[in-house]
Design a protein around this ligand. Structure first.
Ligand SMILES: O=C(O)CCC(=O)C(=O)O
Ligand SMILES: [Fe+2]
Length: 321
């Protein structure tokens, strides 16, 4: 008989509405900050990314991953660390994990003007010939994620006692990455996870697609809890850069994507995380307001976002030291 894993408990992450921000920015900031302090995660509905744009993006994502393997591999950039274009199935491995992840993905970065001062650190995008409209769709989606991200960061700034526009210069022309993820159907005896336990590297992650079961967070007591957002809501989580900046006041919570219940194993899972990064030259330096006698500065030496990202990509096997 096959083992039927018992379903994990669901994380009681409150569903917030970004619509509430304009009426009462202080209350929204408190709710978002409270959810982050408790779980490292928040669930945000009414995030402002248009539903028809998201629907187009899902259609493009499915159409791209349905292309023959050799066509997709033509967009794999050898030695590129997966920064742009296609990364094949079973390439990425979570830090310290024993199995490679059961996923393939596509990365889109920011479009920079020719001669931009970040050109050396932020690779140009590559675009597939098909499906048609891919480039336009994802440039538009990237911009919509930027806007949602700015609104969330202003709430985070408020929560931290900073000016609401504190993050604006930090993230202007930032090195954010939009990841299109495909987890193909899994065999009954596949190793246990689609994506191994990990923390995100960036400031915050804005994730669409977590309605399809599998995403779990590791709670403070060591229990894995399922994340079950309402249809269309975004799952937002704190990454290591924000954890470091805030001296762990906002925790970057470990998460993973487990294989689904047997009846869903024949289905693909698609998701779209937007990894919101600061500009490469942003200095991650512990915020003084987060340092106290009980919480002494854990990071006396500041590091640029670019150097920090490089260190972390080496650890996950995407870049050579
Ligand atoms: O697919 C998901 O739901 C989460 C993906 C994720 O955690 C990641 O790519 O960092
Ligand atoms: Fe993640």
């Amino acid at each position: 008989m096959l083992d039927t894993p018992t379903a994990p408990a669901t994380a009681q992450v409150p569903a917030l509405s970004l619509n509430d921000q304009s009426a009462d920015p202080v209350a929204f900031a408190a709710a978002l900050g409270g959810s982050f302090e408790r779980f490292g995660f928040a669930v945000v509905a009414d995030h402002g990314v248009p539903a028809d744009l998201i629907a187009r993006a899902w259609a493009m994502t499915e159409a791209f991953f349905a292309l023959p393997e050799d066509m997709k591999r033509a967009y794999f950039v050898a030695g590129g660390g997966g920064a742009r274009g296609y990364t094949p199935f079973k390439t990425e491995i979570a830090k310290g994990a024993s199995h490679v992840d059961l996923k393939e993905f596509w990365h889109i970065g920011r479009e920079l003007a020719n001669g931009h001062r970040f050109e050396a650190q932020m690779s140009p995008n590559i675009w597939p010939d098909q499906p048609e409209g891919f480039r336009e769709t994802f440039i538009e989606l990237f911009a919509a994620f930027d806007t949602a991200g700015d609104r969330l960061l202003s709430a985070i700034a408020r929560h931290l006692g900073l000016a609401p526009d504190w993050f604006d210069p930090a993230v202007k022309d930032g090195n954010s990455v939009l990841r299109l993820l495909h987890y193909p159907p899994v065999a009954a005896d596949a190793p246990e996870v689609r994506a191994g336990a990990h923390e995100d590297i960036n400031l915050i992650t804005l994730l669409l697609g977590a309605e399809e079961a599998g995403l779990e967070l590791l709670d403070k007591n060591g229990e894995w809890l399922a994340i079950r957002p309402p249809e269309g809501a975004m799952v937002v989580n704190v990454g290591d850069m924000l954890q470091r900046l805030t001296n762990h006041v906002l925790p970057s919570t470990t998460h993973r994507v487990v294989n689904p219940a047997p009846e869903r194993r024949g289905h693909s899972r698609y998701s779209m995380p937007f990894f919101l990064h600061p500009a490469p030259d942003f200095l991650i330096e512990t915020l003084p307001s987060t340092i106290s006698a009980e919480n002494p500065n854990r990071y006396p030496t500041p590091i640029t976002a670019h150097d920090y990202l490089h260190e972390r990509l080496v650890e996950i096997g995407l870049v050579k030291a």
